[in-house]
Design a protein around this ligand. Structure first.
Ligand code: HPA
Ligand code: ZN
Length: 331
């Protein structure tokens, strides 16, 4: 008998793009305030309109045009965290791109970050959710822009900005092209993750580990196509930030039942569950849990183990980890 209450469990989310979590109504409101015509990026029902991954990225970037300053990011952060907390997320790591927050200028980035952290403090007090930031470069903006993002990350590395990663179009360039930026971030004490094995095959996951030295992989699910790589991921204890609903909407797999998350988990790979860009992919953390429960009959114990892995792989300090652990154990 499937456990229908799994959606209520407290949750840890590791893979969330900050702008990609913006509710479409929030972006429409900003467009209205700024008199910007963004009608082309919405469907008649009000949701974001895109055909495929490349088009998704261009719609995403169009939505970012109205996120013009720190105040917009303060409002965005509050909206995103209210929604995450409504999904019983108790700890979240969000991807923040200096490219969309000041264009890679360190002083401007500091202003955006101050506003985001301020909102995160307010949300923690109001909704009980803890947020940490992972700075991301955007792959299709190229290695030079990535260096500016890495320098922003390095300058603000600490208890709150705890990691560095890369999103964007995985079919453009090679992981190794970004080695300078990942080395820079590592030297500044940041933990590392990158998108791989979503639109790239198993070789992109190998490259991420060998060329960038990451300890987590965004998605990584296509590793399942190479049994040796699956063993390597399990042996090395690499954590996958798996976003099943995102993969289904973008056409990697036809449905949850065909998704490799259960096969990867059963092969000993450390898998976690996240939403990626929830309103774009018509999902929430509650829905991800419900769909996994239906597809694989995962129950409370399975999700408790999943959350324990996610918390262990979180880039936060040990005091924060202990605090969140208590929230997971005694919701
Ligand atoms: N994947 C890759 N890059 C991104 C995404 C995503 O879902 N959202 C924003 N940048
Ligand atoms: Zn992503």
């Amino acid at each position: 008998m499937p456990d229908r209450n799994v959606a209520d469990l407290p949750k840890v989310e590791l893979h969330l793009h900050h702008e990609g979590a913006a509710p479409p109504g929030f972006i429409r409101q900003l467009a209205h305030e700024k008199k910007v015509d963004l009608s082309g990026i919405f469907r008649p029902d009000g949701s974001y309109d895109f055909r495929d991954f490349a088009h998704f990225l261009s719609v995403y970037e169009a939505a970012c045009e109205v996120l013009t300053g720190p105040e917009e990011f303060r409002r965005l952060t509050l909206a995103v965290l209210e929604e995450s907390a409504a999904n019983d997320v108790v700890y979240s790591e969000t991807f923040l791109s200096p490219d969309f927050c000041g264009g890679g200028d360190v002083a401007a980035w500091r202003d955006y970050l101050a506003a985001i952290q301020d909102a995160a403090d307010e949300a923690e007090a109001k909704f009980g959710i803890t947020l940490r930031g992972v700075v991301t470069c955007v792959r299709h903006f190229g290695p030079e822009k990535a260096k500016a993002a890495a320098l922003c990350a390095a300058e603000t590395s600490g208890d709150w900005i705890t990691g560095f990663g890369m999103g964007g179009n995985e079919t453009v360039g090679m992981q190794g092209d970004f080695a300078w930026s990942f080395d820079c971030a590592r030297e500044a004490g940041l933990r590392l993750t990158t998108h791989a094995g979503e639109f790239g095959g198993p070789e992109s996951v190998r490259d991420a580990i060998r060329k960038l030295g990451v300890e987590r992989i965004g998605h990584g699910v296509r590793a399942v196509e190479d049994p040796d790589l699956v063993h390597e991921l399990a042996d090395r204890g690499i954590t996958l930030e798996v976003c099943p609903g995102s993969n289904v909407v973008l056409g990697l797999y036809p449905d949850f039942s065909s998704h490799p998350i259960a096969r990867l988990r059963d092969a000993g790979v450390r898998v976690t569950v996240s939403t990626d860009d929830p309103p774009f992919f018509h999902t929430t953390m509650r829905r991800e849990y419900e769909m996994l429960n239906r597809a694989f009959d995962w129950g409370a114990e399975d999700f408790a183990a999943l959350n324990a892995i996610a918390l262990d792989a979180a880039f936060c300090d040990e005091d924060t980890r202990e605090r969140v652990k208590t929230r997971l154990e005694k919701p």
